[in-house]
Ligand binder design. Structure first.
Ligand code: NAP
Length: 249
């Protein structure tokens, strides 16, 4: 399909990696529909403006990806406006870090609900649409720590490892329907999620990255673009690591 006429859905597109993904597709002229969670719409409105400045169309919706009814409503709105969905990028995610021994049950539940159940709910909705189309791409944003583990992130790591398993199972189920499902696993990337880390933790991440620096959201967006492109038409069930060499599989 011509990139200019593609319909793209990005969860968590109001800032960070999701915004970079939205803008990457917008710069090809695509229609980009994204969702976000914060009742303050200012970042979402900024992203909408940037999408139009980049040459695309589309808009933002306030949706909690962990809420089945809201997710259904989001996909219905996109279908009412666009009539098809070519690519879903499941990017929305949160952290609630803490040592396992002290981790609060609500911090476990919040992270699993948004990072893992949210991906499941969005995949289920879009799969119904893509099965009728007999084509589509689903790209799930996991994390390097989903493969490596990380102290103080048992909830987050479990969610991101879960996303990898979900990706592989869905890839096997959906390949015969023309739907390709892959994951992208970013390493240490410069966004609000990592800006809040202590200087020691940030330094430790840089030290453990052979390239000796953090990545930018655009580095992840480029990988997502590839997995949505014609060039990746024989790739499914894979995890593409974007991490400056931090983890080599
Ligand atoms: P970010 O800057 O904190 O952005 C997170 C995005 O997710 C925001 O748009 C946020 O919207 C949205 N979101 C959060 N909860 C949501 C919910 N319940 N429903 C819908 N949207 C929700 O994070 P980021 O660093 O760009 O991370 C993006 C993805 O990459 C996440 O899945 C993250 O786990 C993954 N990742 C990041 C890194 C990194 O180093 N940054 C590394 C590996 C993986 P609001 O602001 O409106 O709430």
């Amino acid at each position: 399909m011509d990139p200019e006429s593609k319909i793209i859905v990005v969860t968590g597109g109001s800032q960070g990696i999701g915004r970079a993904i939205a803008l990457r597709f917008a710069s090809q002229g695509a229609s980009v529909f994204f969702c976000h969670y914060d009742p303050d719409n200012s970042e979402s409105e900024n992203t909408e403006t940037l999408i139009h400045e980049a040459g695309g169309t589309g808009k933002g919706f306030k949706v909690n990806v962990a809420d089945k009814a809201e997710v259904k409503g989001f996909f219905k709105s996109v279908m009412d406006e666009a009539g098809r969905i070519d690519v879903l990028v499941n990017n929305a995610g949160i952290t609630r870090d803490g040592f396992l021994v002290r981790m609060k049950e609500q911090d476990w539940d919040a992270v699993i609900d948004i990072n893992l159940k949210g991906v499941f709910l969005c995949m289920q909705e879009v799969t119904r649409i893509m099965m009728k189309q007999r084509e589509g791409r689903i790209i799930n944003i996991s994390s390097v720590v989903g493969a490596m583990g990380n102290p103080t992130q048992a909830n987050y790591v479990a969610s991101k490892a879960g996303v990898i398993g979900l990706t592989k199972s869905a890839a096997r189920e959906l390949a015969s329907r023309g739907i390709l499902v892959n994951a992208v696993a970013p390493g240490y990337i410069n966004t609000k999620m990592t800006q809040i880390l202590s200087e020691e933790v940030k330094e430790a991440f840089v030290q453990s990255t052979p390239m000796g620096k953090m990545g930018e959201p655009e580095d992840v967006a480029a990988a997502v673009e590839f997995l949505a492109s014609e060039g990746s038409r024989f790739i499914t069930g894979q995890v593409l690591h974007i991490n400056g060499g931090m983890y080599m599989g």
